[in-house]
Write a protein that binds this ligand. Structure first.
Ligand SMILES: [Fe+2]
Ligand SMILES: [Fe+2]
Length: 331
C-alpha cells in the first residue's frame, strides 16, 4: 500500500528534526523532553508522527524508518515521559478496577462536551469537533486491536467480538472509521486520512497517542483494556447527544449514522467490556487490577484536557483548532 498522507508541518525543534530525519535519514534528533509532554505541541506531534509509521506511514518516507535507531530512541524517550506524566497526574490507583469503571462511567453533572454541543446546536462547533476527532476516528479500533494476540479465553473472545463490530463485521463500508468519514463528508469536511493533523492541538493528539502508547507495549495490555472498557462504558449517552446535535443543525441521517450505530452497539459493548473483557482478564490475571484502573484513569485524564480545551475555546468565541497552515504562514 502506498501511503497517501504527507508529513505534517513541524511545531518545534523535536518535530522539525524528526521530520527532517524521516526525509533524509541523516538528522540527529535532540534528546530533550518537556515537563508537560501531554500539553506540548512539539512533543505530541513528534509522537503522533512516530506512531503513524506503524499505521499508515507517510508518502516519501522509507517504511524501514519504523525501526530506525534514531526514531526508536525518540519514541522511547517520549513514551517514557508521557507514561511518567500520566502516572504522576493520575495519582493513587485503586485495585478494584471494575468498581472504578462503574464510578467513572456513572452519569455526572460535570462539564460535558456533548451536552454543550447539543445545547448550542452550532454547525461551526460541530465541524471543529469532527476535525478534532478525525485523527482517531479515521483509524477507529486499530490501536485496541494490538491487544488481541496477547489475550486468551473470555477476554480474547470479548475483544474479538467488540472489534468485529467496530470493523463493520466484515461488510465493506460499515466499519466505524468509514462511517466517520461519511459524517465528515456530510459536514463538508475532507475525510482523507491525516488531512487535518496540522490543525490539531497537543491535547487532541494526546488522546490518540495514548491508545498507541498503551497498545504498542505488551507490558501495558491491562491498561489498554481499561482504556477500551471505559471508552465503551461512556459511549451511548454522548453518542445520542452528538447525533441529536447534528440533527438540530440539519445534518442528514447518513451523517449521523456513525453516532446512531454506536448508541446501539455500545449498549452491548459496555456490558461485554466490563464483564468479559475486563472480568475475564482479571480472572486470569488478578494482579492486573491496578493497571486496568490506570488505563481507565489515563483516558479520563486526557479526555478531560481535550474537552476542557474545546469548551474554553467555544466559550471565548475563538477557534479550538490550530490556524490553517496558510494562515500560519501569513501571520
Ligand atoms: Fe466504534
Ligand atoms: Fe464500541
Amino acid at each position: 500500500m502506498t501511503p497517501g498522507q504527507t508529513l505534517p508541518i513541524p511545531r518545534g525543534r523535536l518535530s522539525s528534526s524528526l521530520v527532517e530525519h524521516l526525509r533524509t535519514g541523516e538528522v540527529r534528533i535532540p534528546s530533550t523532553s518537556p515537563a508537560d509532554v501531554l500539553g506540548d505541541e512539539d512533543a505530541q506531534l513528534a509522537l503522533h508522527v512516530v506512531y503513524e509509521l506503524s499505521y499508515r506511514g507517510y508518502a516519501g518516507v522509507d517504511e524501514r524508518m519504523e525501526r530506525d535507531d534514531e526514531v526508536l530512541r525518540v519514541r522511547h524517550r517520549l513514551e517514557d515521559a508521557m507514561e511518567a506524566q500520566l502516572r504522576s497526574e493520575v495519582g493513587l490507583v485503586p485495585r478494584d478496577a471494575v468498581a472504578l469503571l462503574e464510578r467513572l462511567s456513572a452519569p455526572s453533572d460535570g462539564p460535558s462536551l456533548s451536552r454543550y454541543l447539543l445545547e448550542r446546536s452550532d454547525l461551526g462547533m460541530m465541524r471543529e469537533f469532527a476535525i478534532h476527532r478525525s485523527a482517531y476516528q479515521l483509524k477507529e479500533a486499530d490501536p485496541h486491536t494490538w491487544a488481541m494476540p496477547r489475550l486468551d479465553g473470555r477476554a480474547k473472545a470479548a475483544l474479538v467480538e467488540i472489534q468485529s463490530d467496530e470493523y463493520g463485521r466484515g461488510v465493506p463500508g460499515a466499519a466505524h472509521a468509514e462511517l466517520w468519514a461519511e459524517t465528515m463528508d456530510e459536514l463538508g469536511l475532507d475525510p482523507t486520512y491525516g488531512r487535518y493533523v496540522d490543525r490539531l492541538p497537543a491535547t487532541t493528539l494526546a488522546t490518540g497517542n495514548l491508545i498507541s502508547l498503551l497498545g504498542l507495549q505488551r507490558r501495558l495490555t491491562p491498561a489498554l483494556l481499561g482504556h477500551l472498557a471505559l471508552f465503551e462504558m461512556t459511549s451511548t449517552g454522548p453518542m445520542a447527544r452528538y447525533s441529536a446535535a447534528l440533527a438540530a443543525v440539519g445534518v442528514s441521517e447518513r451523517g449521523r449514522r456513525f453516532f446512531d450505530v454506536h448508541v446501539e452497539a455500545d449498549a452491548y459493548h459496555e456490558v461485554l467490556a466490563r464483564t468479559d473483557l475486563v472480568g475475564g482478564y482479571l480472572e486470569r490475571h488478578p494482579e492486573g487490577g491496578r493497571e486496568v484502573a490506570f488505563g481507565a484513569l489515563a483516558l479520563d485524564l486526557v479526555e478531560r484536557r481535550f474537552a476542557g480545551h474545546l469548551l474554553d475555546s467555544f466559550e471565548e468565541g475563538s477557534s479550538s483548532l490550530r490556524p490553517a497552515p496558510a494562515e500560519a504562514v501569513a501571520a
